[in-house]
Design a protein. Structure first.
Length: 273
């Protein structure tokens, strides 16, 4: 992987992690078009995913510090910060179960398939379009039950092409949650799972199993320049996308992303045929 390819893929990852269009799907399409489906891509995926987590922390630093400042206060009942943190923990339960027990199986079955990416992008488009036509009565706060349901949507979105942000935001809107708080919650709730996923993948690089080596070969070293360029590109584009998407969800319609996902999904299916 050359630095220019790392730059392109880093920008793709940073933008699509927050836009409801599937970062995993776009990375697979991008790698296919650039011809960089090489061993060592796992290392690159980890680097750019960590970069997008850092971009979330930068953009939402005020909200993160608000949560931690109130997390350890106790005056006889749960404060708003503790309730918010509890909702994030509840939302992590489904993805935690999938990540611990089913991730390797899902990767083995679905990763690398442009056909699956295309179909899942069409599912993403359907979910986003549904929010345009179905508008339940809006509620101000996300309940623990809704946090768990949104977490289920996030767990299902491990499939490549099914947007994590698109699934969680669309599910939250269909449940009637406030646009004002939903994008922020959606982006904060993905931080622990993304870091957890990076750690689970990192074990394959540090101590690959015999089964992993048999399937993927020995881990290849990517040029440090490619990793650095990819990290910086993913971080900067992630900051832009995260900030812009929070503002966009509050006031704009997601139907435009539904149209985009339909086009890209159809393109991926065509490329797979």
């Amino acid at each position: 992987m050359e630095w220019i390819e790392a730059l392109i893929l880093g920008i793709v990852q940073g933008l699509t992690e927050y836009l409801p269009v599937s970062s995993s799907g776009h990375l697979q399409i991008g790698q296919h078009l650039l011809g960089v489906n090489e061993v060592g891509g796992l290392t690159f995926d980890i680097v750019v995913h960590v970069a997008t987590v850092l971009s979330t922390l930068v953009v939402l630093w005020k909200e993160v510090t608000w949560i931690f400042k109130g997390l350890f206060k106790w005056d006889g009942k749960m404060n708003e910060e503790q309730k918010y943190a509890l909702n994030i923990i509840i939302s992590m339960i489904p993805i935690g179960i999938v990540g611990l027990f089913f991730k390797d199986y899902i990767d083995e079955i679905f990763q690398g398939s442009l056909l699956i990416v295309g179909v899942c992008l069409l599912v993403t488009a359907f979910l986003l379009a549904l929010t345009h036509f179905y508008k339940p009565k809006e509620r101000e706060h996300i309940s623990p039950l809704h946090a768990f349901i949104i977490g289920i949507a996030q767990a299902i979105a491990v499939l490549p092409g099914l947007s994590r942000s698109g699934s969680t935001i669309a599910t939250g809107l269909l449940l009637g949650n406030s646009r004002k708080n939903l994008a922020q919650f959606s982006f904060l709730m993905v931080i622990p799972p993304i870091l957890g996923e990076a750690l689970l993948d990192f074990k394959h690089i540090v101590a690959p199993s015999a089964e992993y080596i048999a399937e993927h070969g020995e881990a290849a070293q990517l040029p440090m320049s490619a990793l650095i360029v990819g990290f910086i590109a993913a971080f900067l584009s992630g900051c832009f996308a995260c900030y812009w998407m929070i503002s966009f969800v509050k006031k704009a319609k997601l139907i435009y992303f539904a149209i985009y996902c339909t086009i890209i999904g159809a393109l991926a299916i065509y490329m797979a045929s």
